[in-house]
Each structure stands twice: as C-alpha cells, then as structure tokens.
Design a protein around this ligand. Structure first.
Ligand SMILES: *[C@@H]1O[C@H](CO)[C@@H](O)[C@H](O)[C@H]1NC(C)=O
Length: 321
C-alpha cells in the first residue's frame, strides 16, 4: 500500500549520503527535473526570494536520531513539530480523535473538526491510496490510512484537509488547505518515544506536501536540506535557495522515493563489481545500511583488507553515468 513506508529499502540510501557528504557537507536537494543547464541554478529571476519556504530544522544524528521542523495547522493555528521524512509521502500528526498510543499530552494533539474530514470518494483519498484504491462502502465514508513500518511500528488514522500557515521567504504569510493524516492509533515498538508530534512527508509521491504545494503552483518541485553534524540545519521547499556548484544526479521519475540512478561500489579506488545499486535518500531514517547481499560483499572486501591496514578502510560509491 502506497502510504506504507519501507524502512528496509529506504535506509539503504543513508550510507550513500554519508559517503556523498565527503563532497557535499550536509546538503541534499532534489528536483523532479534535471536542470538543463547547471547555470540555471544560479537564476534569480525575480526581485528577491518569493516562491520558496524556508524552515529552521532542529535535532541531531546523535543522541536524538531525529530532525524536525515546526508547522502551524488549523484556525486558530496550533504549532506541531514534524519529523522531516523524504522517504514517505503522507504527512500525519498525532490527533485527539481520541487517540490510542499518542505520545504527546492531550492538549498538544491536533483536534479534528468534522468538516475537515476527507470523504472516501474524494480525489485526495485516491491520491493517498494510490496505486491502490480506497475501500469505500459508502461515498461519504471517511478516508482511512495506515502506515506500517518495518520496525513493526504502525500508524492508523483518517485523512483530513485543514489550513497550514506557511511563510514565504519574502515574509508573506499564506494559509493553504493541505491534505494530511489525523493519526489516532500509534504503535511504537522502540524503547523511546519519537520527539515529534508527527511526520512531514516530503517524498516524490502525489500525497506529499511538496507535490501539494506544486499543485497550487506556488513553488517549483524542488526541496533541499542542510543538516549540520553538530545538530540543527534548514529545510527549503522551492528553488530559490539551491546552492551554486551543485552536482546533479538523475532521480527516478517512476518512484515515490528519491531513488538514485544505478551506482557501483568502489573499494580502495577500484570497482568491485557490486553494481546496479539503487539508493534511496531518506531523511526519516536514523541510520544507513546496505541490503543483505551488498552488505555481505562489502564485508568480505573489508575483512580481506583489514588484515593489511587494520584501521583505515575507505570505500566509496560512484555513479556510473
Ligand atoms: C511574496 O511571494 C508571494 C508568492 O510569490 C506573493 O504572492 C506575495 O505577494 C509576495 N509578497 C511580497 C511582500 O512581495
């Protein structure tokens, strides 16, 4: 089901990112289309920044393992903290519907009103469930969603549409109706509660916040984040802040995930034959790993090498195109 997020696949990407970071400290940005000309990333066609949103990011890799931003929802607006996640598409927030398993106190939960429920036959419900279809018995049934995580955590809820208050980089505030999940049944198998009240879905899928902003023709389909090793950073939606001198890599258009073009593992400067790897970029994954076969292959190489230089093992991934 589309809203399910496979941590197993997605976490593969972080290793790629960490190796990548050697060249691009802490920054990732993705666009649905390749710029034709690298110089176009310097373009500032309008007077000042006007069609991007910039959010300060809090959190760190260790000890927290999360990065999050704050967003205001509803009228009057209420602020919630969201785990930023380029590996999933549906945004959700802990919701007093009432809730089982929510980790935030009741007055810090999102309180849904009846009129914001998305009906099962509404196109937004179809988008959330794509490529499957929502199971509607009656047209005015509510639109349910479920997200299962590979770590056996899960989130159940109902799809709603409510106003988000977002500030453009030029300072103007905009109130936009966005579709997201009101999560009222949470299971978290981990020993610690996640610090945020919800997850901000930033993947390539149509249900993601980025795609929704794009559909209002407000921002271009570009997102980027810079995360500091010391904690904190920023996230932007829109193309005003793309740093110059970026190296661009095609991202698979058919995938909801930001999937790299096929890569090969290089070890000690040499190709290893471990290739055609597709790597997912997922800011919502706390750690990075290879799939089993690749892991085994890399481990064998490392073990052989460790006999010679015990402490200095370096391997790199290179793109083949
Ligand atoms: C800021 O940008 C938005 C979106 O392009 C525009 O609608 C708004 O008028 C701008 N505000 C100012 C103060 O320029």
């Amino acid at each position: 089901m589309d809203v399910k997020k496979s941590k197993a696949t997605v976490a593969l990407m972080m290793m790629f990112m960490m190796l990548f970071l050697v060249n691009f400290p802490g920054c990732f940005s993705a666009a649905s289309q390749q710029p034709n000309n690298k110089k176009s990333t310097h373009l500032k066609p309008h007077n000042g920044f006007h069609s991007s949103f910039l959010f300060p990011v809090t959190g760190n890799v260790y000890p927290l393992g999360y990065y999050s931003i704050s967003l205001s929802i509803g009228n009057p607006p209420k602020v919630f903290e969201f785990d930023i996640d380029t590996g999933s598409d549906l945004t959700w927030v802990q919701c007093d519907a009432p809730c089982t398993g929510c980790t935030k106190p009741i007055d810090h939960l999102y309180k849904p009103q009846k009129h914001i429920l998305v009906s099962c036959e509404h196109p937004s419900c179809g988008v959330v469930h794509f490529p499957e279809s929502p199971h509607c018995e009656k047209p005015d049934d509510q639109c349910d969603f479920e997200i299962d995580y590979v770590d056996h955590g899960s989130v159940l809820g109902v799809v709603v549409a409510d106003v988000f208050s977002l500030r453009f980089m030029n300072g103007s505030l905009i109130h936009l109706p966005l579709t997201f999940g009101c999560a009222y049944d949470l299971k978290n198998p981990g020993p610690y509660d996640p610090p945020a009240a919800g997850v901000l879905g930033l993947s390539n899928g149509k249900a993601s916040i980025l795609s929704q902003l794009r559909s209002f023709d407000l921002t271009r389909n570009v997102l980027g984040h810079c995360l500091s090793g010391k904690g904190g950073g920023f996230l932007f939606l829109g193309d005003d802040l793309v740093p110059s001198g970026m190296s661009w890599m095609p991202v698979s258009a058919n995938s909801k995930h930001y999937l790299s073009s096929p890569a090969e593992v290089f070890f000690d400067g040499k190709p290893t034959g471990i290739k055609d790897l597709k790597v997912v970029f997922d800011s919502g994954s706390s750690y990075t790993y290879f799939g089993f076969q690749v892991y085994e292959g890399v481990l064998t190489l490392v073990s052989k090498r460790v006999g010679v230089f015990p402490l200095r093992v370096i391997f790199k991934l290179f793109l083949r195109n």
